[in-house]
Design a protein around this ligand. Structure first.
Ligand SMILES: NC(=O)C1=CN([C@@H]2O[C@H](COP(=O)(O)OP(=O)(O)OC[C@H]3O[C@@H](n4cnc5c(N)ncnc54)[C@H](OP(=O)(O)O)[C@@H]3O)[C@@H](O)[C@H]2O)[C@@H](O)CC1
Ligand SMILES: Nc1ncnc2c1ncn2[C@@H]1O[C@H](COP(=O)(O)OP(=O)(O)O)[C@@H](O)[C@H]1O
Ligand SMILES: [K+]
Length: 493
């Protein structure tokens, strides 16, 4: 799914109005109807509803929603926050339509603020994607009051006060909704961890903006949903054999960290690879052979660390990093690997930290190497950033400069391609914030690379399947009890 910036959403809106054709008021009606359909599935009509409207089109949506809900026998109260003398045309039209149904209450100042019953559901339609500056004055006061109340809040399109695609200041007044119903596209703001409390659970309501416009308009931001991930899967043919699915090599583990090697190896095998070899330090030999009988093992001459690169010509992809440490000998091994490698490569964990400490190695990264840093590893690699928008830009610059693919891990992992495109992941949950889940991802993506998936697809699909397995694991174990091995157990597609 594409993620558009505010300006592009406005253009999509205008294009649809001109070409569908549909009047802007009818488009607002359609958007409001879509919201109401969603809302009625979530909230019964015995609960009172309070709709807080601004005076732009977001407020116009609020007024239309008020009318539609009252037609469905919801008890609705409408509050209009008088932040401006002027109102948008469609706000005005909906205000007139509403007059036959409901009276609205105007909020000019704090004294006009209503008492809010505890069971009232609040619909936030004060400011939408037209936010041009921080909310102040009466808007800020209403936002504060609603945030302080225990009531459930549902934001129309986006929480009032939250910029759709740029950084807010810390002190900005922003609604903290339980959920947001976004029109047609998710907003870039929803992908940023810092905005979690200003988004809540979010849903996309298809309001029928022009498909021609959407498919023809380029964007650098995407959201990987189920259909997009599934169409990347290459089916296994009836007469295929293990040679069809590649032979991967994972270099992992050190004394005390053989678990990381085991997790990545197991995940690799559970992701469809034909053959897997693991290169590990001497201390891990028996551990590995017993833990993963399906994997072949080559043993490093060093007992505790990886020090010597094995023959690598026969592998279709190589993954390096989980649990390897940063010993001098391992630095040397990575440098040799970068010189010799002719196949697809994934670099994770301490191998990334080695790159950070030896930046000259970055010039030797083969094109489309997949890097899988968590935020701290990325910071070591690319430097500090003031906020998550800046971090994303840094990742895009880094990926373009070094022609690599970066999976910036976290909730909504951002897969940043070497052309700067960003694919945010839709699967995964906070139960995955536990040691070893990153090693699992290394195994999955290495497996896909070995099978011949293009590195872009391997990264996007691998991240998606990793999160999906995490979601299945959390359904069974719960987020607190699940561990990385549970994620491996739930792999499979
Ligand atoms: N295609 C779609 O997706 C569709 C979108 N639709 C809906 O339209 C919404 C966008 O509408 P919108 O452009 O009128 O913007 P919205 O946020 O309601 O208000 C802007 C007004 O507020 C003002 N203003 C801004 N910041 C302010 C501040 N801090 N404090 C005070 N005032 C401030 C601003 O003033 P100005 O910046 O000009 O001074 C302007 O007057 C969108 O979110 C969705 O709900 C659907 O109806 C149909 C299809
Ligand atoms: N809150 C979360 N929601 C979704 N996925 C998460 C969350 N926290 C962590 N993850 C995922 O779990 C993995 C953690 O990786 P990492 O930090 O490298 O762990 P480790 O080094 O212990 O293996 C990443 O793929 C990340 O996207
Ligand atoms: K809103």
């Amino acid at each position: 799914m594409k993620i558009f910036k505010t300006e592009q959403i406005r253009q999509a809106d205008a294009y649809t109005i001109a070409n569908a054709p549909i009047s802007s008021l009818d488009l607002m009606e359609r958007a409001s109807n879509t919201f109401v359909r969603w809302f009625c599935n979530q909230f019964v009509n015995t609960r009172p509803i309070g709709i807080f409207c601004g005076k732009g089109n977001n407020g116009g949506d609020g007024l239309a929603i008020a009318r539609l809900l009252s037609e469905k026998a919801y008890q609705v109260k409408v509050y209009i926050v008088e932040h401006s003398e002027d109102a948008s045309e469609d706000f005005h039209a909906n205000f007139i339509r509403l007059e036959n149904h409901l009276t609205s209450f105007k909020i000019h100042s704090e004294v006009d603020l209503p008492q809010i019953p505890a069971n009232m559901v609040i619909i936030d339609a004060m400011l939408g994607s037209g936010l041009s500056r921080a909310a102040t004055g009466i808007l800020a006061e209403v936002i504060q009051k609603l945030n302080d109340a225990p009531n459930k809040i549902v934001s129309v399109d986006i929480a009032s006060g939250l910029y759709a695609d740029r950084q807010n200041e810390k002190e900005d007044a922003i609604i903290k909704p339980h959920c947001t119903v976004s029109f047609q596209f998710p907003k870039l703001a929803f992908m940023m961890p810092q905005n979690a409390e200003f988004v809540g659970n979010w849903f996309v309501a298809d309001i029928g903006l022009s498909e021609n416009f959407i498919s023809a308009t380029p964007t650098s931001y995407f959201y990987t949903d189920k259909s997009e991930a599934e169409c990347k899967i290459i089916p296994r043919k009836k007469f295929s054999h293990k040679g069809t699915f590649g032979h991967g090599l994972i270099l992992a583990g050190s004394h005390g960290k053989m678990g990381a090697a085991i997790l990545s190896g197991r995940a690799c095998l559970r992701s469809g690879i034909g053959l897997l070899s693991m290169h590990i330090p001497g201390c891990g030999y028996e551990i590995m052979q017993i833990s993963i009988p399906e994997a072949m093992v080559t043993v490093d001459p060093d007992h505790k660390h990886l020090s010597k690169l094995p023959q690598i010509e026969s592998y279709s992809a190589i993954g390096i990093g989980p649990g390897v440490g940063k010993e001098k000998v391992t630095v040397q091994l990575l440098a040799t690997l970068l010189k010799q490698i002719k196949t697809r490569l994934l670099i994770d964990a301490d191998a990334l930290n080695i790159l950070s400490e030896n930046p000259y190695l970055l010039d030797h990264l083969p094109e489309k190497t997949v890097l899988t840093p968590h935020p701290k590893e990325f910071q070591r690699l690319a430097g500090e950033s003031k906020n998550e928008y800046e971090r994303l830009e840094l990742a895009r610059d880094f990926a373009k400069k070094h022609k690599v693919i970066i999976c910036l891990k976290g909730a909504n992992t951002a897969v940043v391609l070497s052309n700067g495109d960003v694919h945010f992941n839709s699967t995964g949950n906070a139960g995955m914030a536990t040691g070893g889940t990153g090693d699992v991802l290394t195994g999955i993506i290495t497996s896909l690379l070995a099978q011949g998936y293009e590195p872009e697809d391997a990264a996007i699909l691998g991240v998606y399947q990793h999160g999906l397995a995490g979601d299945k694991a959390s359904e069974i174990k719960g987020q607190s009890a699940m561990i990385a091995s549970d994620v491996i157990d739930k792999l499979g597609w």
